[in-house]
Design a binder for this molecule. Structure first.
Ligand code: SF4
Ligand code: SF4
Length: 303
């Protein structure tokens, strides 16, 4: 059996990707399961989804804690202690990362020892669909790595996407982008054994009565400590030559993360700006432009 785990951000399409892969596997003659797990649902929050693929009946249920293949749809999740996408990956497993970096650069950047496959599927999506929606593209790379046939992938895209995308042109663009990603990857062999990695530290907790096992919150809220700006495809950048300091963007930002500089002009706190671009939409004089965010962690904010 092949077990896959998708890690994405709310809004990127991890659930649909696992669904398309499961259907593609089914159309290719396998048994398949697919299902998502949402945490506290919020656009940009870490999301996981799972697919099991087997020639035999699949009797296993529940989350995939020991995947053979991990699909990382947003590379910032590799540094997110809440997501931990590599946890439980089997020895000999494969990690796909959506990044402009090469596999070697990705391994060095994030200290990954496993087999890494990379492709900037966000760029493919922007170029071919015009939006950073990654569901079909992630399904394409996952199908390639899992060894699913191209015809089965095509059939699954048609079956699953036609229920959620009514515009045939957009559906066609999604299919083309998925097949582009599928064919951009060199086939790889998944070589995992039925053992999980040695450094895995999953522990089994004893059953406790609810009074004991229910979570007790003994500290003050930590939301302000949780930086939510590590997910952005685009960042807002202000043009102070035309900004009138009307404060509309400040009022409209759903994160409340636009501050004022010493001259009274707005700027984003990029640690918490999630890149929704509501500010750019709302600015009456279009003083805010969107700039593609690639490895901006090391950059200073554009203030
Ligand atoms: S893109 Fe603009 S509106 Fe959205 S979170 Fe960032 S600063 Fe706020
Ligand atoms: S909405 Fe536009 S013009 Fe108004 S303060 Fe923001 S950037 Fe400046």
């Amino acid at each position: 059996m092949l077990r896959l785990r998708f890690h994405g951000r709310g809004g990127q399409g991890a659930k649909v990707a696992s669904r398309v892969l499961g259907t593609a596997a089914f159309l290719d003659g396998y048994n398949a399961q697919d299902f998502p797990l949402y945490g506290a649902e919020r656009r940009g929050a870490p999301i996981t989804a799972f697919t099991r693929i087997s020639r035999d009946d699949i009797m296993e249920r529940g989350l995939v804690s020991d995947p053979d293949i991990v699909i990382v749809m947003d590379e910032t999740l590799l540094l997110d202690p809440q997501a931990m996408p590599l946890s439980g990956l089997k020895i000999g497993g494969i990690v796909f990362v959506n990044t402009p970096l090469s596999p070697l650069e990705t391994k060095e950047e994030y200290g990954i020892e496993d087999h890494v496959v990379t492709l900037d599927i966000t760029k493919v999506s922007l170029d071919m669909i015009g939006k950073p929606v990654l569901s079909s593209l992630a399904a394409g790379v996952a199908s390639r790595i899992a060894g699913i046939g191209e015809g089965a992938l095509k059939g699954a895209l048609e079956k699953e996407l036609s229920g959620i995308i009514s515009d045939r042109e957009i559906l066609g663009k999604n299919t083309d982008a998925a097949l582009h990603c599928y064919n951009a990857l060199v086939p790889v062999q998944v070589k995992t054994a039925e053992t999980i990695r040695e450094r895995d530290n999953v522990i089994t907790l004893p059953f406790e009565i609810a009074r004991v096992s229910s979570p007790a919150i003994n500290a003050t809220g930590n939301t302000p400590l949780r930086k939510t700006g590590n997910w952005r495809v685009f960042r807002p950048v202000w043009n102070y030559d035309i900004c009138t300091r009307c404060m509309t963007c400040v009022a409209r930002c759903p994160e409340g993360c636009i501050r004022l500089n010493e001259d009274g002009y707005p700027y984003a706190d990029y640690d918490n700006c999630k890149g929704c671009l509501v500010c750019a939409e709302e600015c009456p004089v279009k003083a805010i432009t969107k700039v593609r965010e690639i490895h901006s962690r090391s950059e200073e904010g554009d203030r």
